[in-house]
Design a protein around this ligand. Sequence first.
Ligand SMILES: CC(C)(COP(=O)(O)OP(=O)(O)OC[C@H]1O[C@@H](n2cnc3c(N)ncnc32)[C@H](O)[C@@H]1OP(=O)(O)O)[C@@H](O)C(=O)NCCC(=O)NCCS
Length: 150
Amino acid sequence: MTEIVRMTEEDVTAVAELEKKCFAVPWSEKSFHDEMKNKLAVYFVAKSDGRCIGYAGFWNVSGEGGITNVAVLPEYRRQGIGSMLIAEMIKTAVKLRLDLLTLEVRKSNIAAQGLYKKYGFDIIGERKRYYSDNGEDAWIMTKTFAENEE
Ligand SMILES: CC(C)(COP(=O)(O)OP(=O)(O)OC[C@H]1O[C@@H](n2cnc3c(N)ncnc32)[C@H](O)[C@@H]1OP(=O)(O)O)[C@@H](O)C(=O)NCCC(=O)NCCS
């Protein structure tokens, strides 16, 4: 059974290992320790029988949620885990009365774009040469919460 729970210090080592398997330029273990102390940060992990198989998070800044990352271990992909993580972040964003969730995604990352589109994120702009490793452009994708607007 897979469950989505808030990430804690105890998950940091496992998440840093997962990160290495998912990204060309992974965040360090220290950066995840720092995130756990960051009052703006809201992170979740997907656990299958206690094993950390995915994680995702956002920063809550002035009523806007900036998603930092979403990742699922390669052998657990296409099983709805990324969807569970996104759905939990959307639920939390609504609870926190955020106006929107937003993120950057590589233009070549069709899998992630498909996930975000499925959950109502639209391309609202681009950032040229956003990724320093290969100079790739990013799409900016945003989901707004009309029901939270005054
Ligand atoms: C992006 C990622 C988190 C998706 O996780 P996942 O658990 O495989 O996603 P799900 O199984 O919930 O898929 C949800 C939807 O995403 C899209 N999708 C996922 N993988 C896809 C792929 N390989 N190709 C095309 N669309 C894909 C589909 O629309 C899918 O819906 P469907 O299954 O009904 O077709 C995962 O591929 C990953 O960890 N990638 C590496 C890290 C990364 O790039 N993160 C995003 C950084 S911005």
